[in-house]
Design a protein around this ligand. Structure first.
Ligand code: NAD
Length: 491
């Protein structure tokens, strides 16, 4: 047993082993391995092929849980057959709720912006656990499918606080919230509300919020306006890749998935099967992810020395084939050898990283919780049931459907208030131009003055289910007197 800090290492599939080896050779040359021991674990294609649908062995899970750190190469997701992405599973299982990516102009990497003299240097903080990434999807009718988007107050607080704390630690003075709160008033609206709420604890940081589509346009027009952007999961996923394109592609985008106990550091690109095993892959993304990891555990000095060597190498025209730069490209191994040989050198055309006087290792090992932690924010909310949304498979006209449902609920505490189809109101009023599909939502609300628990909504459901094919059922509620449901378009 050594007293080195242990980190689980999963080289991954495709180009994974080549780029991992390249990064390890640079770490070795920089003396990183004097203080860190990488423990190789089995994850990815090999494990999937052995029939384990998790894509990782029990030993791998144990090593990650005891070290709290995983450095991983890209891994393929089995297509079809219900196999889930191991990358998403890892982040969710281990509570690595914050995805942190850094996008910066690199010397020697030619892009539209480098040619125009527009410097790019910003971080994207993406929520990693919630949103549509639960993968909760259903086929509701032969024609209609749905995916559930879950956004929670504790989840929003966690990621927004992470963004502001990281900005503070990195000396960043402005955080931008990207959202679609104009359309998704409850989910994105909550994300934006909690961004504003958490920002009050960081008065020294300037804040702004931008609707996601405008953000994408602004990023292309003026990427230098941004310093840190915080986003929900799916929007963050898309914006991250857009941002990678601004700095030369996925080969240059590092990624860290940070949790309270376990953190995962990985390249954002995939396994690049088209170039695997040919010594063509660019190890920069994985190397930069490794540098976030070294800084995360307090090895700031060696991280800065390696980053400066990388910048110097790229600046001097040494690059892999995926990069548009001057000079002939070199292979993965030669690129890593060049970086190792340039340790101690600094870039000349841009400012290099300041090199701290020493490394201060400060990683706290995970403490295994005895039960899952329950996160809550609103504990004192008065909640009342005021009706139910029942989703049905039907090809009846809105008028015929309404007549049947009105008869059906006559003897119940509810009245039919709205029918909507794909979110657009089609009864009691609506437009004949609205095209219908065979799945609709019927909203029942309490007749005036009636106060109930959720029991009667279930009885109502049973009555509806006797006559119709029910595809979904959601009791609707008021929270401290505020509706916990959206209105239909046109309502
Ligand atoms: P990809 O990122 O593997 O490849 C897209 C293109 O970029 C290819 O032309 C490839 O050659 C090139 N490329 C990617 N990384 C490169 C590098 N480091 N150096 C040089 N060129 C590079 O995306 P894909 O083809 O859509 O996916 C392939 C597999 O990777 C799939 O199974 C997918 O599920 C998986 N994947 C894994 C991760 C991850 O592990 N985090 C991320 C994305 C995709």
């Amino acid at each position: 047993m050594t007293n080195k800090l242990r980190i689980a290492l999963a080289p991954g599939d495709g180009i994974g082993p080549e780029i991992t080896q390249a990064c390890l050779s640079i770490f070795e040359a920089a003396g990183v391995l004097d203080a860190i021991e990488f423990i190789e674990v089995d994850m990815g294609r090999k494990v999937f092929n052995q029939g384990d649908s998790r894509g990782m062995t029990d030993e791998a899970i144990e090593t990650i849980e005891t070290t709290g750190l995983l450095y991983k190469g890209p891994m393929g997701t089995p297509i079809g057959g219900g196999g889930k992405s191991i990358n998403v599973t890892l982040r969710k299982t281990f509570g690595a709720f914050a995805n942190l990516r850094h996008f910066q102009t690199l010397p020697g990497v030619e892009t539209v912006y480098s040619r125009a003299g527009v410097p790019v240097d910003f971080y994207v903080v993406r929520e990693n656990v919630e949103d549509t990434y639960g993968g909760i999807e259903h086929r509701l009718t032969p024609d209609a499918y749905t995916a559930k988007r879950i956004i929670t107050t504790p989840g929003c607080d966690q990621i927004n606080r992470f963004a502001f704390e990281t900005a503070t630690a990195f000396g960043i003075d402005k955080v931008t919230c990207g959202h679609k709160a104009n359309i998704m008033k409850m989910t994105d609206g909550t994300f934006l509300d909690r961004f504003r709420f958490i920002s009050q604890d960081f008065p020294e940081i300037e804040t702004e919020d931008v609707i996601i589509d405008a953000l994408c346009m602004n990023l292309v027009l003026r990427p230098d306006k941004y310093k840190m952007i915080v986003l929900t999961n799916l929007q963050g996923d898309i914006v991250s890749d857009l941002a990678a394109g601004l700095v030369g592609g996925l080969g240059f985008a590092p990624s860290a998935n940070i949790g309270d106990q376990i953190s995962i550091f990985e390249a954002v690109h995939g396994t690049a099967p088209d170039i695997a095993g040919q010594d063509l892959a660019n190890p920069t993304s994985l190397l930069l992810s490794g540098l976030i990891m070294l800084r995360h555990i307090g090895m700031r000095k060696r991280a800065a020395i390696i980053e400066n060597a990388l910048l110097y190498t790229l600046e001097s025209g040494v690059h892999t084939g995926d990069v548009k730069g001057k000079g002939e490209p070199v292979g993965t191994k030669a690129f890593a050898t060049a970086i190792a040989a340039n340790l101690g050198k600094n870039p000349e055309t841009i400012e290099g990283c300041a090199v701290p006087a020493s490394d201060e290792l400060n990683h706290t090992l995970p403490v295994r919780p005895s039960v899952n932690e329950m996160m809550t924010t609103h504990e004192q909310v008065v909640t009342t049931v005021c009706g139910a949304d029942v989703f049905l498979e039907t090809t009846l006209t809105p008028l015929d459907l309404a007549a049947k449902l009105q008869r059906l609920c006559e003897t119940t505490p509810f009245k039919l208030t709205v029918i909507s189809n794909r979110g657009t109101q089609v009864w009691p009023t609506g437009s004949p131009y609205t095209e219908l599909v065979n799945e609709c939502c019927v909203r029942f609300e309490l007749k005036e003055g009636t106060v109930i628990g959720q029991g009667p909504t279930v009885h109502l459901l049973a009555k509806v289910a006797e006559k119709f094919t029910v595809t979904e059922f959601i009791p609707i509620r008021m929270y401290d007197g505020v509706p916990g449901f959206s209105l239909a378009q046109g309502q």
